[in-house]
Ligand binder design. Structure first.
Ligand code: PLP
Length: 345
């Protein structure tokens, strides 16, 4: 039996480090439903400050953060523009319909990126027999797109379209720090274009739980009420918020190491005729690659597991490998070498 799998399924598999656990154990806490948890308050202020927003709201997950963002921007019967491969459209289990009574309008993109023209063409005309378009959502970096970075100029162009049509603009920035570290562009430079920005602490940053939604104070007050309605009011949440603060203080700059691992891994597997990969598309910590026939994805993922490498299924029959802090460059090389030995029989 294999006990030390090289786990490249997701950057969510990381476990809290000793330093992070100590910060959690030492956290000052209070009842956050009363707004009295000093650690939660510090985390919310810190994230809002880094993103250049008035206020932040600590929530249990990235899905909750996105769903609160949608709920707080819309009314039932509204429509929201998202990219077809976006997390909101694919992995949030129809929550927009269930929780907000809204409809998503999925626009096809290129590796997750929509054009400003496609966004503009998807906005509904203002006639009584059509649903009002209320909001546009982007995802940076784009998960199913393969860790794609949204160019700042494109973010600005789409913002102009949104502003011209009086639409709100939300960013699912689950991996915004990956984009920032890869480009050198501050997260606040990205965030300033948006009315609301959600960031995850439990992806590459390595915290065990938590996301933060940011925006104006008034907007966040609205989101806080909905968080309670959704059952997301937490009490001594400083215990977990402390891990988020620790992650922001210690784990941002090191994301560049994950990007290096992704490039190394992609470069190595590009040497095999069995795999299809464009190494130029590897921009951050996610590697997506295709399999040449007759290799079948489910079988490949199963065989890789038997050989000690855990991978996940990406978009359209492709395989996804995600780099993170709990896997060393050496292990990543070993994983690539293992996959290079793969033969279908
Ligand atoms: C992971 C992720 C989320 C949120 O996921 P949770 O598992 O709910 O924390 C949202 N958007 C993107 C792009 C993600 O990758």
């Amino acid at each position: 039996m294999i006990t030390d799998y090289i786990d490249l399924r997701s950057d969510t598999v990381t476990k809290p480090s000793a330093g992070m656990r100590k910060a959690m154990a030492d956290a000052e806490v209070g009842d956050d439903v009363f707004g009295e948890d000093p650690t939660v308050n510090r985390l919310q202020e810190k994230v809002a400050g880094l993103l250049g927003k008035e206020a932040g709201l600590y929530v249990a997950s990235g899905v909750m953060s996105n769903q609160l963002a949608l709920k707080s921007h819309t009314n039932p019967g509204d429509e929201v523009i998202v990219e077809r491969d976006s997390h909101i459209f694919n992995y949030e289990t129809a929550a927009p319909a269930l929780l907000s009574g809204i409809q998503l309008n999925p626009v096809p993109g290129m590796r997750g990126l929509m054009t400003a023209e496609d966004v503009e063409e998807s906005i509904r005309p203002e006639v009584y027999y059509m649903m009002p378009t209320r909001l546009v959502c982007l995802e940076n970096t784009h998960n199913r797109g393969g860790g794609t970075i949204y160019p700042l100029a494109l973010i600005g162009k789409i913002r102009e379209v949104a502003a011209r049509h009086n639409l709100k603009y939300h960013l699912d920035g689950a991996r915004l720090w990956n984009a920032s570290v890869a480009t050198g562009i501050k997260v606040s430079e990205y965030a300033k274009h948006f009315d609301s920005v959600s960031v995850c602490l439990s992806k590459g940053l390595g915290a065990p739980v938590g996301s933060v939604l940011t925006g104006t104070r008034e907007y966040i007050d609205r989101a806080r009420r909905f968080r309670k309605i959704f059952g997301g009011g937490m009490r001594q949440a400083g215990i977990i918020a402390a891990a988020g603060l620790y992650a922001l203080e210690n784990n941002i700059d090191r994301l560049s190491e994950d990007h290096e691992k992704a490039k190394t891994f992609a470069g190595m597997i590009a040497n095999s005729k069995q795999f299809e990969i464009n190494v130029d598309y590897v921009e951050t910590n996610i590697v997506i690659f295709g399999l040449k026939p007759p290799i079948r994805m489910d079988q490949f993922i199963g065989d890789a597991k038997s050989a000690g490498v855990l991978l996940s299924a990406g978009t359209a029959g492709k395989v996804r490998a995600v780099m993170h802090m709990d896997v060393s460059l050496e292990k990543v090389r070993k994983a690539a070498e293992t996959l290079l030995k793969y033969r279908v029989d």
